[in-house]
Design a protein around this ligand. Structure first.
Ligand code: ZN
Length: 318
């Protein structure tokens, strides 16, 4: 599928090296390799390399010696390109730390970053590694027991599978697909919604999870109808972005209002969405100082700016 949107995690900068996951001596080999780097995660937070103020943030990778204990280790793969600190081919291992290990490694709470807020500006490689690491960490945390018999599961294949201790049932990491959609009308305005828990003037495109048995197109049409009462046609795929909260994949679409039902008003569902509004490009420009739009690293920003035809004039909000 063609990716139309410019998104942080559009091209892989990691060789996932999946065959190596089968190697029974995997972690021994990784620990012997002087180029192995460890990405530490503690309660979803990670460390960033300290740079000059204004520099783009970079993940701080550690040596094997620096990370002496971990609750969970996953082999994420090898880097494909040279970077300032890691040569191409450096193996990267995720280490999920206990509170004690995290404190020992980096006592300052402020040094541990939740990247949902400060992740904008990470390189494609770092964005992908962080999204992969956090998705896997979240998945492991909620799959400690076998879904068939309730016995404990154990980690195998470099951290990419869990198997049941009792019946060997295999549990694979899950990714939950969600659609996110920019809806436009005959005047090429965009429909944005506001959620109950949000600030008064914060707006974004509509989104929702794909349900069992649905195609992506069906999910787009249903979600827009449920959240706005509007009927859309021609869903068109524009790109995707991993969203590791806890382990989703956002599939971005654009769709148009069905002219047959164009007279229908946009009616918020009152639960997820409490306000809906059609914005023209002039509205966005005129209200740039007062409306809050999604942060730049998000797929929702990419969708709105794709419709707008360039960078949005609003300040970086969230
Ligand atoms: Zn079982």
């Amino acid at each position: 599928m063609t990716e139309v949107l410019h998104l942080p995690v559009a091209v892989s900068a990691i060789d996932r090296d999946y065959l190596m996951r089968e190697n029974p001596d995997l972690f021994d080999l990784l620990w012997e390799n002087p180029n192995t780097r460890v990405l530490a995660l503690f309660e979803g937070k990670t460390l960033l390399r300290s740079g000059e103020a204004g520099d783009s943030p970079e993940l701080r990778f550690l040596t094997v010696e620096e990370v002496t204990s971990a609750q969970l280790r996953v082999y994420l793969g090898k880097t494909l390109h040279d970077s300032s600190a890691e040569p191409a081919g450096s193996p990267i291992v995720l280490a999920v730390l206990s509170p004690n290990s995290a404190k020992q490694l980096e006592p300052s709470e402020k040094a541990w970053h939740q990247l949902r807020r400060s992740g904008a500006g990470l390189s494609e490689r770092d964005s992908e590694l962080y999204a992969t690491a956090l998705s896997l960490a979240n998945w492991h945390q909620s799959h400690l027991y076998c879904p068939k018999c309730g016995s404990p599961t154990v980690i195998v294949r470099g951290g990419w599978v869990r198997t049941c201790f009792n019946d060997s049932f295999e549990v694979f990491p899950r990714t939950d697909p969600a659609i996110i959609v920019s809806v436009t009308d005959s005047e090429d305005r965009i429909l944005l919604g506001s959620q109950a828990s949000w600030d008064e003037n914060r707006w974004s495109v509509l989104a929702g999870f794909v349900e069992p048995g649905e195609s992506l197109n069906h999910a787009v049409v249903r979600e827009v109808f449920e959240e706005s009462g509007l009927r859309v046609i021609n869903p068109r795929y524009l790109g995707s972005q991993p969203w590791p909260y806890p382990h989703s994949l956002m599939l971005a679409f654009t769709a148009q209002i069905d002219p047959t039902f164009a007279h229908l008003p946009a009616t918020p569902d009152g639960q997820e969405i409490i306000r809906l509004r059609w914005f023209s490009r002039q509205d966005i420009i005129a209200e740039a100082d007062s409306i809050l739009l999604p942060g730049k690293s998000s797929v929702s920003y990419a969708l709105i700016s794709h419709w707008f035809g360039g960078q949005l004039p609003t300040p970086e909000a969230w």
